[in-house]
Design a protein around this ligand. Structure first.
Ligand code: KIV
Length: 273
């Protein structure tokens, strides 16, 4: 197989929200991976990964919890600071963890901490909370929405299965995506939805749509870093792929992922629903 290496001199200018919007406009796929520490942040940056998501998935892959529920704002701020300090180019998004945006006041305070102390350029929150999003956006907080499978709702959902397979739920996800765009989100993550639904939403929205388990037609892709390196605890999800197994080094694995996303080669049909 071809071994992909990092570009020798990737551009060092920090990406902004405008660069991500421009990528969608010119049809360039956005590559994104989760990151939780400075070493991986620097490596992702070296390879040219566009977006680093400090995901609350750190509860599972760093802390060994069975869900993202136990993750605190304090922990998110800590990991976000580790990532943002080491990056030069990649755009840093941080998750607001479980119940940290249940009221407008909490959302503003906690988003403020992630941006001021953690160095996040954008915050992400799960679900169709248009009112809270509108408020954050009005006060200058860039927001990434997250629809489809919502891991913070696992105790209500009961399982991590694909969402939007039936028409009524698919219609609701489309309506929610449009409402969130209206409310001012700048980016949307769609998790574990049928590829056809993700394609419809990506075409409908003007903002970039980043998929995870959502097919190849999204405007970009994200994976949990430890899943795509094959080192997560437990079974790797069907939508992910062990890039390290094929690459031989961590840097080559990440570079291969980046190349596959940029060229619409990942995800393949077998990683999609
Ligand atoms: O927390 C996380 O890593 C995420 C991704 C799965 C999108 O939200």
């Amino acid at each position: 197989m071809t071994v992909y290496s990092s570009p020798a001199t990737p551009p060092r200018k920090a990406l902004s929200i405008l660069d991500l919007a421009a990528m969608k406009q010119r049809g360039e796929k956005i590559s994104c991976l989760t990151a939780y520490d400075a070493s991986f942040s620097a490596l992702l940056d070296k390879v040219g990964i566009d977006v680093m998501l400090v995901g609350d998935s750190l509860g599972m892959v760093i802390q060994g919890a069975s869900s993202t529920i136990p993750v605190t704002v304090e922990q998110m701020v800590y990991h976000c600071r580790c990532v943002s300090q080491a990056r030069q180019r990649g755009f840093v998004i941080a998750d607001l963890p479980f119940l940290s945006y249940a009221t407008v006041t909490a959302a503003v305070q906690n988003a403020g901490r992630l941006m001021q102390e953690g160095g996040a350029q954008m915050i992400k929150l799960e679900g169709a909370h248009a009112e809270i999003i509108r408020f954050l956006v009005d006060f200058g907080v860039p927001v990434c929405g997250h629809l489809g499978l919502l891991p913070q709702s696992i105790n209500q959902l009961g399982s991590y299965k694909v969402r939007g397979k039936e028409q009524p739920e698919a219609d609701k996800i489309i309506a929610d995506a449009q409402a969130l765009e209206q409310a001012g989100i700048s980016l949307l993550i769609l998790e574990c939805v049928p590829a056809a639904l993700a394609k419809t939403i990506s075409l409908l929205l003007k903002i970039p749509v980043i998929g995870i388990g959502a097919g190849v037609d999204c405007d970009g892709q994200v994976l949990v870093l430890y899943d795509m390196l094959g080192i997560s605890l437990g079974k790797r999800p069907r939508f992910s792929r062990d890039f390290l197994q094929e690459a031989g080094s961590i840097e080559a694995a990440i570079a291969h992922y980046h190349h596959q996303v940029k060229n619409s080669l990942f995800p393949a049909v077998e990683h999609s629903y």
